[in-house]
Every structure is written in structure tokens, then in C-alpha cells.
Design a binder for this molecule. Structure first.
Ligand SMILES: Cc1ncc(COP(=O)(O)O)c(C=O)c1O
Length: 350
């Protein structure tokens, strides 16, 4: 309400004009400090953060190497950049090294000149797979070949790591090793929008060159204040520490529960995102309907967000879920899994 009284819901202007108030300054400062980065810039949309930042950093003569399962906002950012793009096998540092080495040897097509710069893009936790990335190994490969690292933490910031600092903390990678740290406020912070944290020079460059910063409306001051409050809780309070622990415990409890039901569960322990495979596209609507009939709303996903024969339902666990609510959900899923023959796990004995 304080932010609403101060500025209203929106500033009707881009940050480059008059859409930049004290709450934006405060949030950027807090987020930079939280990630131990020199500087930070925020955007009103997570999608737009990737879609406008990548073109502001890369262009003709540059090379982007992108994980095969990166989010659409990254894919569209890469397309808009006009750079050469190569893809490495999902979360596979060995294949990344092969792609990088070959690209460096071959250099720019037709020009025979070295690449102006190389950017490798990956995520912290993959949104449709629930997997935790091999960040440490990916960073090692990038350092060896002097490629920049761009990390999207939409699903890991505020969720992974002992203090919620994300995948770098979880994987034991110093944030100084990651050149461009991107994330969203849509998940753990209960707000909306995105951020890029990095060196002072990097952030100044983005501020002056990204279309999201120059032409897009700035983040609502009310949302800013909501995120500031959530970040303060995560970073500086016992409530935050308890929530981080509860999220991990709830996630692992629910993942084990799903696995025990004989479902094909994707991803890793400690990840708050856990998809189960339905495979057959005709089961997408049926699974959703049967769960809803029993009082459980689920998110089911199919083509084009996933390959056509690996349709799935995706559960995102929260620190606020109680054991009772998780058990209720597992009970419903168990019943529907029996009804629809979803017990696909190979080693499930029943
Ligand atoms: C990895 C990743 N990056 C970016 C985004 C876009 O963020 P937003 O939904 O905040 O626009 C998402 C959305 O889920 C995502 O999963």
C-alpha cells in the first residue's frame, strides 16, 4: 500500500525515461548484493528479460551455444540477436565442449575470422524436466575456451541452495564465474518480472542498449515493493531460512511419494519442479479432468512445449504446502494413475 500511495500501480513510462523510482533502485541494489554481483537491472517481465537482453549483448559475428531444452524466451532472444547459433545436447558438458571446440576451429563462416565473442546459455533448473543443471562442469568448459556464461535461474533463484541464492550456491560455483546471471521474480518471489545481475559495465551496457529497458514499460512499483519484501524475508530472516528448508523437504517428500506410486518421475531430488510422464497426448486432458473431479487442479503439458510423445503433468512444490495437502494430492494421483494406467516406471513392482 505504501508503494501504491507513493506512485500508483504503474509509472506509464520506460526506465530510460521517467519509469524508474526509488523502489527500482532499491530492488536492483538488493538483488545485486544478494548474488554478490557488482550491479543489477530489473525488467517488468521474465520472458522479456531474456528476449531483449540476449540481442543487446550479441550480434553478427558472435556465436551463441544454447542448451537444446532452453526456454522459449531464450530461443526467441537468440533468434533476435542475429548471431550464429549452435545447440548442445541437453545438460551435457562433454557435448558442449565438442561443439565449442569445433566452432572455434571452424571460426566465422566464409570470413575465416575468429568469433567476436562466444556466449553459452543454460538454465539452473529446467522447467519442463525438473532437472538440476551440471553448472560446475559447464562453467569449467566455458572458462577453458574463454566463452561467456549466461545462466537463467527462473526456477532456481529463491528455491535452491542453503540460503536460496540459487543453483550457484547449490552447485558450489562462485557467482563471479557466471558472467550473466538472469532470473525471474515470478516463482519464488510471488511477483513478476526478471533481472540480470553482472558486472557494472555489463549492466550499464544492457541499460543503454536493451529494447526492454528503453522501450518497455518499467516494473510496477507495487510489484517492486512485493519483491523487495520477499527478498528481504529470504535473505535476512528466520522465516526465509525455514521456507527454503521446507521447500526442499516438501519437494523431496513429494518426489519420493510419486516415485513410490510407480510413476515415471523426471528430474532430480532437491528440485522443486517434478514432471511425471503421461506419454500419450490423449491422456493429457483425461489426467487433468480426472484429478479435477477429485478436487486437485493440475498443470498438464504437451506439444509444442514438449515432444509430442512425452506429454506430462508438472508439479511445482511450495514451502507453503502442508504434509496433509501433499498426501491428499498423492492420494488423488494414485487413484487416477491406476485408472489411466500411468505406472510406467520400469522397476515398479506394484
Ligand atoms: C527458464 C525460464 N525462463 C524465463 C521464463 C519467463 O519468465 P516469466 O514467466 O516471468 O515471464 C520462464 C517461465 O516460466 C522460464 O521457465
Amino acid at each position: 500500500m505504501e508503494a501504491f500511495d507513493d506512485f500508483g500501480v504503474g509509472l506509464s513510462s520506460s526506465p530510460a525515461d521517467v519509469g524508474y523510482c526509488k523502489y527500482h533502485v532499491q530492488l536492483e541494489k538488493m538483488m545485486g548484493e544478494f548474488l554478490k554481483k557488482e550491479s543489477c537491472i530489473i525488467f517488468n517481465m521474465g520472458y522479456g528479460t531474456n528476449a531483449t537482453t540476449i540481442p543487446s549483448l550479441m550480434g553478427k559475428g558472435s556465436l551463441i551455444i544454447s542448451d537444446s531444452l532452453n526456454h522459449t524466451s531464450i530461443v526467441n532472444g537468440v533468434r533476435a540477436a542475429g548471431s550464429t547459433c549452435k545447440v548442445f545436447k541437453h545438460d551435457d558438458p562433454i557435448h558442449l565442449e565438442q561443439v565449442l571446440r569445433k566452432a572455434i576451429v571452424e571460426a566465422q563462416p566464409r570470413k575465416n575470422r575468429p568469433w567476436r565473442k562466444i556466449l553459452v546459455i543454460c538454465e539452473g533448473v529446467y522447467s519442463m524436466e525438473g532437472e538440476i543443471s551440471h553448472l560446475k562442469e559447464i562453467v569449467q568448459v566455458c572458462k577453458k575456451y574463454k566463452a561467456y556464461v549466461y545462466l537463467d535461474e527462473a526456477h532456481s533463484i529463491g528455491a535452491m541452495g542453503a540460503t536460496g541464492r540459487g543453483i550457484t550456491e547449490h552447485a558450489g560455483v562462485d557467482t563471479s564465474e557466471v558472467d550473466v546471471m538472469m532470473g525471474t521474480f515470478t516463482k519464488s518471489f510471488g511477483g513478476m518480472g526478471g533481472y540480470i545481475a553482472g558486472s557494472k559495465d555489463l549492466i550499464e551496457h544492457i541499460r543503454k542498449n536493451s529494447s526492454g529497458s528503453i522501450y518497455g514499460n518499467s516494473m510496477s512499483p507495487v510489484i517492486c515493493k512485493q519483491i523487495i519484501r520477499a527478498l528481504d524475508l529470504i535473505a535476512n530472516s528466520e522465516i526465509g531460512a525455514k521456507k527454503i528448508k521446507a521447500l526442499k523437504d516438501n519437494s523431496n517428500y513429494f518426489r519420493k511419494g510419486l516415485t513410490n506410486l510407480g510413476l515415471q518421475v523426471l528430474g532430480d531430488y532437491d528440485s522443486p519442479v517434478m514432471p511425471i510422464l503421461l506419454y500419450n497426448p490423449t491422456k493429457i486432458a483425461a489426467f487433468s479432468r480426472e484429478c479435477l473431479k477429485r478436487g486437485l487442479a493440475v498443470v498438464s503439458v504437451g506439444f509444442p512445449a514438449t515432444p509430442i510423445i512425452s506429454s506430462r503433468a508438472r508439479f511445482c512444490i511450495s514451502a507453503g504446502h502442508t504434509k496433509k495437502s501433499l498426501d491428499f494430492a498423492l492420494g488423488v494421483i494414485d487413484e487416477v494413475a491406476g485408472l489411466m494406467n500411468l505406472r510406467y516406471a520400469e522397476n515398479w513392482s506394484g
